[in-house]
Design a protein around this ligand. Structure first.
Ligand code: GLN
Length: 478
């Protein structure tokens, strides 16, 4: 097998045994980027070798792709939006600083939906990314470039961000592992904000072992992010045990009703049998407020997005445009022209939705009600976790859809987040692991959820599942 198809754990073992050098590993990944990325378009910027090698002692010299909303000093960072064109952050995000200290190698910046608004990576000002398993299909989103880079052997690891499913859903569509950590587990310092009460950075990897390794590097308290939690970071690799005996796992009955593709349901049901054979104890549970999750999410997330995006006015960051003729006043004209040219249609839709629900007269009916529903959704999880250690669900109701299939129907696009957004609304951690393929050869994702800061439970369940199934060893042929 080509080096670029190995996991980081396997690569680090080879390096330790002097069977491969960090330079060979990087070259192998870069070769694949050159061969495959014209078609896949996982990257919007590829660094040259000199710029790629970070400082620090190279204890973990793993080639990694970074989503275009995580700040790297001096590297153009745009959230795949025209409005940030030319913006080069003067500082590193905390996760980048931590990765540099381990000697990680930055391959490039990965494609995403503009400002992470989307589930398909089609809302990027640079054009869509293609799914390595079927190039006529989307990779999911918004971290579609990161997931496609890992699935297409164009990176060994990637970082994504997850506000409503943007790590887990693309991981499911691309047949890789994606983890959204507990809110506060990973510093958001240097992550360009979408919805600050929901956003988390997390790992996209080929298997669960690598997910534990990468989370161990990026997790932890950070004085620069007041929402980061001062909770010690365990050695996550210790949770990689092939044993779920006696673990109590809930299956929410609301997650297996309408809208779910038969093949997805079948794969997830089969995974329950695998874990049952390994000794896990299953029971049906109820998350009764699930049906309001999408509505609450699209109120809360757009409200926060509309205020976070207010800072892009042409004054401080990126794009600035002045209309040819004066309309109101030079300053107001500049704001309007810059925002009109700079934001794509989905960003404008979200700014309008969010501004509406925050405006006086509508605030109580929409925003405040959204927050109340959010609390109810969180209480549903609290209730289930009183008797269960974990919850198992599909990651997404369908496998990867065709490019263009949902672009004219925002509502049907929003529905693809139905299983992922509740974890963000309630702050709990969740992982997606490959659990099979459809008859068309498209990957299916299994989601495991656990209590706040119980990432170790996620790893234990996901690792056991992985050790007893073949899916994580499958590689897209490119
Ligand atoms: N698809 C969801 C949205 O469009 C989630 C995106 C995300 O997690 N960044 O809001």
């Amino acid at each position: 097998m080509n080096i670029n198809q190995l996991t980081a754990r396997e690569i680090l073992d080879l390096i330790e045994k002097k069977k491969a050098s960090p330079g060979e590993v990087y070259d192998s990944v870069l070769r694949q980027v050159k061969a495959a990325d014209k078609e896949i378009h996982a990257y919007v910027r590829v660094h040259d070798a000199a710029g790629a090698n970070s400082a620090g002692s190279p204890s973990v010299p793993v080639p990694i792709g970074i989503k275009d909303n995580i700040c790297v000093t001096g590297v153009e960072t745009t959230c795949c939006s025209r409005i940030l064109q030319g913006f080069k952050p003067p500082y590193d995000a905390t996760v980048i600083r931590k990765l540099k200290a381990t000697g990680a190698v930055f391959v490039g910046t990965t494609n995403m939906d503009e400002f992470a608004f989307g589930s398909s990576t089609e809302n990027s000002c640079y054009g869509p990314t293609r799914n390595p398993w079927d190039r006529s299909r989307v990779p999911g989103g918004s971290s579609g470039g990161s997931a496609a880079a890992v699935a297409g052997h164009e990176a060994i690891w990637a970082l994504g961000s997850d506000t409503g499913g943007s790590i887990r859903q693309p991981a499911a569509f691309c047949g890789v592992v994606g983890l959204k950590p507990t809110y506060g587990r990973v510093s958001r310092y240097g992550l360009i904000a979408f919805a600050s009460s929901l956003d988390q950075i997390g790992p996209i990897t080929k298997d669960v072992t690598d997910s534990a390794l990468l989370l161990g590097i990026i997790a932890g308290y950070d004085e620069y992010d007041s929402t980061s939690a001062d909770v010690p970071v365990p050695d996550y690799t210790r949770a990689l045990v092939n044993d779920v005996k006696g673990l109590r796992i809930g299956i929410p009955k609301e997650y297996f009703v309408e809208g779910i593709e038969a093949q997805v349901k079948r794969a997830v049901m089969a995974s329950i049998d695998v874990l049952k054979k390994c000794g896990a104890v299953f029971e049906e549970v109820s998350l009764p407020h699930t049906e309001y999750a999408i509505a609450a999410y699209y109120i809360v997330a757009t409200a926060e997005a509309s205020s976070n995006l207010a800072r892009y006015d042409g004054v401080q960051y990126g794009l600035r445009r002045q209309p040819k003729e004066e309309r109101k006043s030079p300053l107001i004209d500049m704001y309007e022209e810059t925002r009109d040219l700079g934001f794509g249609p989905e960003a404008k839709r979200r700014i309008m939705l969010g501004t509406y629900s925050l405006s006086s007269g509508y605030y109580d009916d929409y925003y405040l009600k959204g927050l109340k529903v959010r609390t109810l959704i969180k209480q549903d999880f609290d209730n289930v976790f009183r008797k269960c250690d974990a919850i198992l669900t599909p990651t997404a109701p369908t496998t990867a859809f065709k490019i263009g299939e949902k672009s004219d129907d925002p509502l049907s696009m929003y529905l693809s987040d139905v299983y992922t957004i509740s974890a963000n609304l309630s702050g709990i951690p969740a992982i997606s692991v490959p659990c099979g393929f459809s008859t068309e050869g498209l990957p299916v994702g299994l989601q495991v959820l656990a209590k706040p800061f119980a990432e170790e439970t996620l790893f234990r369940v996901a690792y056991t599942y992985e050790q007893n199934t073949p899916w994580h060893k499958k590689r897209a042929s490119l």
